[in-house]
Each structure stands twice: as C-alpha cells, then as structure tokens.
Design a binder for this molecule. Structure first.
Ligand SMILES: [Fe+2]
Length: 134
C-alpha cells in the first residue's frame, strides 16, 4: 500500500504542506524498501533525514501556532517533543547496534503513528484553527 499525502491533510500553509508531502514520500520509500526486504539499507538515511526535518518542520509549525495564539499549543508542542526524543532513541540504537530489525521495526512504528495520529489528527486540528487567521 502506497503511503501518500492526500489533500484532506492540507494545513493550508504551503511551507507546512510541502514539508508534510516530503515526509510522506520519505516514509513511503522506507515502507517500500521494507517490503522488498531492504529496510535495513534505508532506515539510516530515513533517520538522517528526520534529524534535520524535525528541527525545521516543528519549529515552523510552532512559530505559526504562537503567532496566532493557538490554544492547544502546549499539547501540540509536547507531542513534537515526543517525536524528537523518540528519534534520539532511534539514533542511539543505530549508533550502538547498527541498522538491524529492531531499528527498522521501531522506526516504522514511530513514523506510522506520526502520520496517523499527529498529522492526521493534531495538525488538521491546528489547521482548522489557523484557517481563519491566515
Ligand atoms: Fe505538528
């Protein structure tokens, strides 16, 4: 099954939507590699991409939320911090054990949860609020 960004996920800010699309493409690439039995070859690249991505992307979202006084900012920011910390743990596993099955599975769990819960639920909620402000 292809992991694909769909227009119902649009936040309405090009910069954020482009970042989300890129995330979907990256995760699709990882899932595709896993189906071909090549997850271990791609997972390191995925984590490297996410390391920069979380800083830029989460900062962008947080700036918009703060600028427009989003009431659920704290909850949303805490959820961002959760992914940042989760990513650190994955990087530690990569450094200590290398790109094995454990790393591939834990990375998959995190990114799928990120798409399904964070982007699909929290980011669309944020978008509904920002829609009238921008
Ligand atoms: Fe977010």
């Amino acid at each position: 099954m292809k992991i694909e960004w769909t227009p119902d996920l649009a936040v309405g800010l090009d910069v954020i939507d482009d970042q989300h699309k890129e995330l979907y493409r990256r995760i699709d690439r990882l899932m595709e590699a896993c189906h071909e039995g090549k997850g271990k070859e791609v997972v390191g690249d995925t984590l490297k991409f996410l390391e920069d991505y979380v800083v830029t992307h989460f900062t962008n979202e947080q700036q918009y939320m703060q600028r427009f006084g989003y009431p659920d900012y704290d909850v949303h920011k805490r959820n961002h911090d959760y992914y940042v910390n989760n990513l650190k743990e994955l990087k530690n596993i990569l450094a200590e054990k290398g790109p094995g099955v454990e790393l591939v599975v834990k990375t998959n769990v995190m990114v799928i949860e990120w798409l399904n819960n964070h982007i699909r639920k929290m980011d669309t909620k944020m978008a509904a609020f920002l829609k009238d402000k921008i």
